[in-house]
Design a protein around this ligand. Structure first.
Ligand code: 2Q2
Length: 323
C-alpha cells in the first residue's frame, strides 16, 4: 500500500487505498432473511452478478438467503466480528443505533413518494451516518418495501381486537413499545422462527409486508390479512465499515454502481409483484382481507410518540413528518 514516504515520487493522494494490487480478490458473504423467491434475494443476486462482472472477478459476493448466515441480529454481529460482510437490514439496527428505529415508526411515512423523499433528505442522511458510526455498517443502497400488514387467525376490525393479541415482532424496540401501547402482547423473534411459532400457536399473529408473508408461506398458518398498513418502510443493503474501507477506490465505485443497478432491478420486480402477491394470497391461498379501522391506532400512536419518545427520536420524528 502507498505510504506517505513511498508516495513522494508522484502526486498520488496518500489517503486512498492503493488500487495497483489488482490481483487481490475480495470475497464477501451477503446474508438476508428472505427466501429465494423473494425480490430481496433476486436483488442481492443481481448485485453479486454486477459486481463480479464490473470488477472483472476482483470481487466475489456469495448470497445466503433464509438467515443462512444467522438471523438478522446475528448477521450484523458477524459482520462486526468480520465473519460475514453484508446484510439487508433496517429498523432492527435500533439495537445499536437508537435513531435508526425511527425509519419504521408506525404511521409516520405516508406513501411511496414521502418514503423516497425522506431517504434523500437530511433525516435519511442522519440515519445513514448513525448506522455507519454506531452499527459499523455502510449503506450501499435501499429497497422500498410494501406496507406492513397484520396477519392473524381472527379478524382485527379495530384497535380493540388487538387487546392481548400474542404477536410476533422483529427485534425493534420502537415496534414493541407501539404494539404494547395498542394493547397487544408482542414478542420479539427472528424471522426464521415465525412460521413454526404460528403453527405451534406460541404466537397467533405477525406483521410484515405482503411479499414476506407470501414467500414465507404464512398463508398456511394464518387466515386473515388485516389492512393495517401501519409501516411504510425500506431495507438497506449494507457492508461492514472495515470491509468497505479495505477496498481500493475503483472497487468502491464498482460496488456503488452495482448497488444502483440492483436497486433499480429490485424496484421493478417489487412494483410488478405488489398486486400479483395480493391476488395470490386472497384468490389462490384463501386468505381473507379485513378492512381494519385504523383511526384509533393512528391517533393513539401519535399521542404516544409526542409524550414518550426520547428527545433525539422525537426531533427526527418531527423532521421526517415535515419532509
Ligand atoms: O419481520 C421481519 O423480520 C422483517 O420484515 C423485519 O422488519 C426486518 O428484517 C427489519 O427488522 C429490518 O431491520
Amino acid at each position: 500500500t502507498t505510504s506517505v514516504l513511498s508516495g513522494c515520487a508522484s502526486n498520488t493522494p496518500v489517503d486512498s487505498v492503493d488500487s495497483s494490487d489488482d490481483s487481490k480478490v475480495y470475497e464477501f458473504k451477503f446474508g438476508h432473511a428472505a427466501d429465494e423467491n423473494n425480490t430481496w434475494h433476486k436483488g442481492a443476486m443481481k448485485f453479486a452478478e454486477e459486481v463480479e462482472k464490473r470488477s472483472e472477478g476482483r470481487i466475489k459476493v456469495t448470497v445466503y438467503p433464509s438467515e443462512m448466515l444467522g438471523n438478522e441480529i446475528d448477521n450484523v454481529t458477524a459482520i462486526q466480528a468480520g465473519t460475514a460482510d453484508m446484510v439487508l437490514s433496517g429498523e432492527s439496527l435500533q439495537n445499536w443505533a437508537n435513531k435508526v428505529g425511527i425509519m419504521s415508526t408506525p404511521y409516520l411515512i405516508k406513501d411511496s413518494e414521502h418514503l423516497k423523499a425522506v431517504i434523500q433528505s437530511e433525516a435519511g442522511e442522519i440515519i445513514e451516518n448513525e448506522i455507519y458510526e454506531k452499527a459499523g455498517l455502510k449503506v450501499l443502497t435501499y429497497f422500498e418495501r410494501g406496507p406492513r400488514m397484520l396477519s392473524s387467525n381472527k379478524p382485527i376490525n379495530n384497535i380493540n381486537d388487538l387487546n392481548g393479541l400474542r404477536l410476533r415482532l422483529p427485534n425493534v424496540p420502537l415496534f414493541v413499545e407501539t404494539w404494547n401501547h395498542w394493547g397487544a402482547r408482542p414478542t420479539p423473534m427472528a424471522f426464521s422462527e415465525v412460521f413454526t411459532g404460528l403453527q405451534q400457536n406460541t404466537i397467533e399473529a405477525q406483521e410484515n409486508p405482503l411479499a414476506l408473508m407470501h414467500s414465507g408461506g404464512f398463508y398456511e398458518v394464518q387466515k386473515y390479512i388485516n389492512n393495517t398498513a401501519h409501516v411504510r418502510g425500506w431495507i438497506y443493503m449494507l457492508i461492514g465499515v472495515d470491509q468497505w474501507e479495505a477496498l481500493p477506490d475503483d472497487l468502491k465505485q464498482v460496488m456503488e454502481e452495482a448497488a444502483q443497478v440492483a436497486q433499480e432491478y429490485e424496484h421493478q420486480l417489487f412494483l410488478e409483484g405488489e398486486e400479483e402477491i395480493f391476488n395470490s394470497l386472497i384468490n389462490e391461498k384463501g386468505m381473507e382481507f379485513i378492512e381494519t379501522d385504523t383511526s384509533e391506532m393512528i391517533s393513539s400512536a401519535e399521542e404516544y410518540y409526542q409524550e414518550n419518545l426520547d428527545a433525539e427520536l422525537l426531533e427526527l420524528y418531527n423532521l421526517i413528518k415535515n419532509v
